[in-house]
Ligand binder design. Structure first.
Ligand SMILES: Cc1ncc(COP(=O)(O)O)c(C=O)c1O
Length: 365
C-alpha cells in the first residue's frame, strides 16, 4: 500500500541532517529551493516591523486580497470572493483535495511533479493515477495522448503544475485548452498550480486564470504562491482563485487565522513594490541564461526549462547531492520524483553559481 502520511521530500535545508554533519546552514549555498535569489523587497522588512503582534490577524485577509486583485489579478474582473489566501499554497493543496475528493475517487497527475498533490489526494482517500512524461523525450508531453488518457481514466480531479516542478516544462494556451476540454467532457475538476508562472522566460500573457469560472459544472482552481517570486518562503503565503462558490467551500475547511499577521503585512508590502519584482525577475532571467550556458559549456546535460531551475542528468543523484553538500552546496536530489539520475538546480547570483559549476563538474567528471 502507498504511504499516506505526509512524508513528501522537499528541497531546502534538512536541519537534522546539517546538525548530524556538523554544518551550519549559513555556510551553505542553497540551489535546491526555487525562490527569487534576490530576496524580498526592502518594503517587506519595513512592514514587518510595524505588525501589531498583540492583535489577531484579519481572518479573511481583506487588505491582502485587495492587493492581490489590484496587482497579480489586475487583468481580470474577479471580485474579492473569488480568492482565498493560505499558509502557503501547500496548505491550500491539502484543503482542496479534501474539498473536491471523496474516499475512493480517482485523482490524476502528470509526473514527475510536485509531491504534495499525490500526498494530499491520498490523505483525502483518493486513488492516484499518474501519466509519466518520458525522460527520453526530455519530459515533453504529447497532449493528444494525455487527453486520451484522461478520457480513459475519467478522474474526479486532475492536478496540473504549469510551469512544472521539477522539469520546468510549460504547457501553452492551446495545450491547456485541450486538457480543459477533456476535463469538461468528463466532469473532472482541474487544479492548476502556477507557483512559477512569474519566473517564465520569456514571460507569457496566458495564464490558467483565464479558465476560472469558464467551466460549467466542474471547477477550475488556480493556485499562486507568493513564497517563490516574492521570496517569502519563511512567512508562508499563497492564494487560490476560483468561483465564489468553490472559494466559500475551501474557506469552510481552513482553520481560523490561517494566514499570520506577518504574512499578510509582508504580502501587501511585496505586492505594492512591483518595480522590485520586475527588476529582480528581469535580472534573474539574464542570470539564468548565463548559468545554464555555463553548465552546458562544462559538458553537463541540462534539460531545457522555461523557468529559472532545471534538471541535470547525473549518474547517481544521491551521491552527487552528498558530494556537493560536503563542498557546502545544496541541490535537489530528484530520486523522490522517480528520477534517481537527475538533480534539480535553481539559479543563484553569479558569485554563487560560478564556484558551484566548477564543483559540480569536478564531482561529475
Ligand atoms: C509547484 C509547487 N507548488 C506549491 C509549492 C508550495 O509552495 P508554498 O511555499 O506556497 O507552500 C511548491 C514548493 O516547492 C511548489 O514547487
Amino acid at each position: 500500500m502507498e504511504s499516506i502520511g505526509n512524508d513528501v521530500v522537499h528541497g531546502a535545508f534538512d536541519y537534522e541532517e546539517l546538525e548530524r554533519l556538523g554544518m551550519r546552514p549559513d555556510t551553505i549555498v542553497d540551489f535546491s529551493v526555487n525562490s527569487n535569489p534576490y530576496g524580498p523587497s526592502p518594503l517587506v522588512r519595513q512592514a514587518l516591523a510595524q505588525v501589531p503582534i498583540e492583535c489577531y490577524p484579519d481572518r479573511i485577509s481583506l487588505e491582502l486580497r485587495r492587493a492581490i486583485l489590484a496587482r497579480d489579478l489586475r487583468s481580470t474582473q474577479f471580485s474579492l470572493d473569488s480568492i482565498i489566501c493560505g499558509n502557503g499554497t501547500a496548505e491550500l493543496i491539502n484543503v482542496i483535495a479534501r474539498v473536491l475528493v471523496r474516499s475512493g475517487d480517482k485523482v490524476a497527475l502528470l509526473e514527475p511533479t510536485f509531491g504534495e498533490y499525490r500526498a494530499a489526494s491520498l490523505l483525502a482517500g483518493a486513488t492516484v493515477v499518474a501519466y509519466r512524461a518520458p525522460a527520453e523525450e526530455q519530459f515533453a508531453l504529447d497532449i493528444a495522448v494525455v487527453c486520451a488518457w484522461l478520457e480513459h481514466e475519467r478522474p474526479t480531479l486532475f492536478w496540473l503544475c504549469n510551469p512544472n516542478n521539477p522539469t520546468g516544462q510549460w504547457l501553452d494556451r492551446q495545450a491547456l485548452l485541450s486538457l480543459y476540454a477533456a476535463c469538461r467532457r468528463n466532469g473532472t475538476a482541474l487544479v492548476i498550480d502556477e507557483a512559477y508562472w512569474h519566473f517564465l522566460v520569456l514571460q507569457e500573457s496566458f495564464s490558467a486564470i483565464e479558465l476560472v469560472g469558464a467551466m460549467e459544472g466542474s471547477p477550475v482552481i488556480v493556485l499562486r504562491s507568493l513564497t517563490k517570486d516574492y521570496a517569502l518562503a519563511g512567512l508562508r503565503l499563497g492564494y487560490a482563485a476560483a468561483t465564489p462558490e468553490i472559494i466559500a467551500r475551501i474557506r469552510t475547511f481552513l482553520p481560523a487565522w490561517n494566514v499570520s499577521a506577518f504574512a499578510q503585512a509582508a504580502g501587501v508590502a511585496a505586492l505594492s513594490d512591483h518595480r522590485y519584482l520586475n527588476v529582480t525577475l528581469s535580472n534573474l532571467a539574464l542570470e539564468r541564461q548565463a548559468f545554464f550556458q555555463a553548465l552546458v559549456a562544462r559538458g553537463l546535460r541540462c534539460i531545457p526549462s522555461r523557468t529559472h531551475f532545471c534538471l541535470i542528468a547525473v549518474d547517481d543523484a544521491s551521491r552527487v547531492r552528498r558530494a556537493l553538500l560536503q563542498k557546502h552546496f545544496l541541490v535537489r536530489d530528484c530520486t523522490s520524483f522517480g528520477l534517481p539520475h537527475y538533480i534539480r538546480v535553481s539559479t543563484q547570483l553569479r558569485s554563487r553559481w560560478e564556484p558551484f559549476v566548477e564543483a559540480l563538474r569536478e564531482i561529475i567528471a
